[in-house]
Ligand binder design. Structure first.
Ligand SMILES: [Zn+2]
Length: 72
């Protein structure tokens, strides 16, 4: 069982996401990052991009925020 099967996001929603950098050449390699407010945009092409190497991280978990954060 893989935790990386999270490929479906509802559009226009905020999630709490954890993601891991799988790029061996990156100093963030195998580090897990918390993104407390990850916006799903259209619900597709939801990526967490590493700020160091620019590659997409593997999304490990995604939890729909309930309640959704207020957007002003
Ligand atoms: Zn990286």
């Amino acid at each position: 069982m893989s935790a990386s099967d999270i490929t479906t996001f509802l559009p226009g929603m905020y999630y709490a996401v954890t993601a891991r950098d799988n790029n061996e050449d990156c100093r963030n390699y195998e580090q897990v990052f918390d993104i407390p407010e990850f916006y799903s945009n259209a619900g597709t092409n939801c990526f967490v991009q590493c700020g160091v190497c620019g590659q997409h991280m593997e999304i490990l978990t995604a939890t729909l925020l309930d309640p959704q954060p207020e957007v002003t």
